[in-house]
Design a protein around this ligand. Structure first.
Ligand code: TPP
Ligand code: MG
Length: 371
């Protein structure tokens, strides 16, 4: 059982990858290897997307390197296709971990015809109804109030599903965050708030973000439990999310879970990390030394499940082949035309938009109409 407001983060493994004395886990060897594969997929996804950015084939990306254990732990603690996740722009690991197809995530980045959103979202804001991962807005914490609304609906309808809402440390300073957490608490809505505390909000360090001693302690103000896990320990995150989500299915109400991790890469392709202006390289090096994937590989080795260098290389090569195929498929599908701009937007399109659509049709005449 997780302890609320603990003095130290919950861990299953130590920094060196060994099992923490007294800790237990119940994953089979195949499930453990699958956790490794999922985290490695997220790492390689980052590498490929950074290359695509440099080639000008997409325009916005926020890396999750260093945060894979948090994101895969969250996804693997849930029931995919059953529970709903309202994530934020850095959550590609959560989306992939929940099973969103690589081709869809890539198509969204490219804004191509095979993108389910038909290129109408900012790049790197993928979502999927089938995966129950909601496409968000870049406005920090704007996902929190609607996530709470969904959790309230789940509770009113007596559904056996929960909502998870993820966000960064910086998001906990936003008005939307406080309004949403308060509402969830008052309504006892089954919403698990997960803070991916990577210790930076672009160039603002967490100690200048808040005077609270931690993020999870903020739960006290709303009368809900706050939990704290080592966000670089995938087993700890998975265990915590599973226990809290299962508890919420039984009516335990909302909770806040803080996962302490670190953003090793730049904030996005639009910040000054590369110019080394806002954080010390010593800090980046220190946290790179606590890499969640290396740590998990050490854990696997200690359990007689070592990932060999050949296995790793084969897996990485396979991911890059899949990524390249997904990019080529997206680019080959072409760019959506104006005709699809109102598709899937309204059940009953308002009259003024229908009129504007007709004007466009007259102006661009002869092109095939899609609605
Ligand atoms: C309401 C709002 N204010 C400011 C911004 C600009 N902005 C984009 S990302 C970001 C930092 C967010 O940090 P955090 O919540 O810790 O998430 P992280 O990017 O570290 O994962 C800011 C200030 C924004 N997108 N929305
Ligand atoms: Mg942050």
């Amino acid at each position: 059982m997780l302890e609320a407001f603990p003095p130290e983060p919950h861990r299953v493994t130590m920094d060196d990858g060994h099992l923490r004395p007294g800790a237990t886990f119940d994953q089979t060897p195949a499930q453990l290897r699958e956790l490794w594969a999922s985290m490695t997929l997220v790492r390689e996804f980052d590498r490929k997307l950074v290359t695509l950015l440099r080639q000008g084939r997409t325009t916005f990306y926020a890396q999750a390197s260093g945060m894979e254990a948090t994101q895969i732990g969250v996804a693997r603690g849930l029931r995919p296709g059953h529970d709903w996740v309202w994530g934020y722009y850095r959550d590609q690991g959560v989306a992939l971990g929940l099973g969103m197809p690589l081709t869809e995530v890539v198509a969204q980045m490219v804004g191509s015809n095979n993108d389910p959103n038909k290129g109408r979202q900012m790049p790197h804001h993928a979502g999927s109804v089938a995966t129950r991962f909601v496409s968000g807005s870049s406005s920090i914490a704007s996902q929190v109030p609607p996530a709470v609304g969904m959790a309230m609906a789940q509770s009113y309808l007596g559904l056996d599903e929960v909502t998870v809402c993820t966000f960064g440390d910086g998001a906990t300073s936003e008005g939307d965050w406080h309004a949403g957490v308060n509402m969830a608490a008052v309504k006892n809505a089954p919403c698990l708030f997960v803070c991916e505390n990577n210790q930076w909000a672009i160039s603002t360090p967490v100690e200048r973000q808040t005077r609270s001693e931690s993020i999870h302690v903020k739960a006290r103000a709303y009368g809900i439990p706050g939990y704290f896990v080592d966000g670089n320990d995938v087993l700890a995150v998975q265990q915590a999310v599973k226990e809290l989500a299962d508890g919420m299915r039984q009516g335990s109400g909302p909770a806040l879970l803080e996962c302490l991790t670190y953003r090793v890469g730049s904030h996005s392709n639009a910040d000054a990390d590369a110019e080394k202006t806002y954080r010390s390289r010593d800090q980046v090096r220190e946290w790179s030394g606590r890499d969640p994937i290396t740590r998990f590989e050490r854990f696997l080795a200690s359990q007689g499940q070592e990932i060999g260098s050949r296995e790793r290389a084969d897996f990485v090569a396979q991911v890059h082949r899949q990524m390249e195929a997904a990019v080529q498929e997206a680019e080959a599908s072409g760019v959506p035309g104006w005709q699809s701009m109102l598709d899937d937007v309204y059940g009953d399109t308002p009259v003024h938009l229908r009129q504007q659509y007709q004007s466009l049709r007259q102006e661009y005449g002869g092109q095939k109409e899609t609605r």
